[in-house]
Ligand binder design. Structure first.
Ligand code: AMP
Length: 121
């Protein structure tokens, strides 16, 4: 998806958050929901998304987003531990825009693990 597009309230993650599309949830709290990726790129592949209408991509983040972003990374770390990934290690990924292959315009973080992941790119 192009960087800085307007938030589409019917994007797939918004629909998952509203319960319109089923998801295999791994975690949820008042701020965030995590579910298993439908096309896993690793034995464990979880997508962590903020509730509501967050920025569409990393390119739209502003200073005001720092607090919830920090909490989101802490939540990702907790999920990785709960999934048993903290021993061997894991990867947290944020794709931004077309060059990174971002397909959903709702800021999100991938948690990947369960195998040796190799170089980043
Ligand atoms: P990105 O490429 O960073 O935008 O990541 C979007 C991710 O959402 C991809 O890895 C997709 O496989 C995943 N995805 C798309 N639709 C669904 C869905 N209905 N349930 C779970 N994951 C999905």
């Amino acid at each position: 998806m192009p960087i800085d597009q307007r938030y589409d309230p019917d994007n797939v993650f918004a629909r998952i958050l509203r319960g319109e599309i089923p998801s295999d949830r791994a975690y949820e709290d008042a701020e965030f929901v995590a579910f298993r990726d439908i096309q896993p790129a690793a034995p464990t592949h979880i997508v962590l998304v903020p509730r509501g209408e967050p920025p569409t991509s990393a390119a739209s983040l502003r200073d005001v987003d720092a607090a919830w972003l920090g909490r989101m990374v802490v939540v990702a770390s907790r999920i990785a531990t709960a999934e048993g990934l903290d021993g061997d290690g894991y990867r947290l990924v944020v794709n931004c825009g077309d060059a990174a292959g971002q397909t959903v315009g709702h800021f999100h973080l991938h948690i990947l693990g369960g195998r040796a992941l190799g170089p980043v790119a």
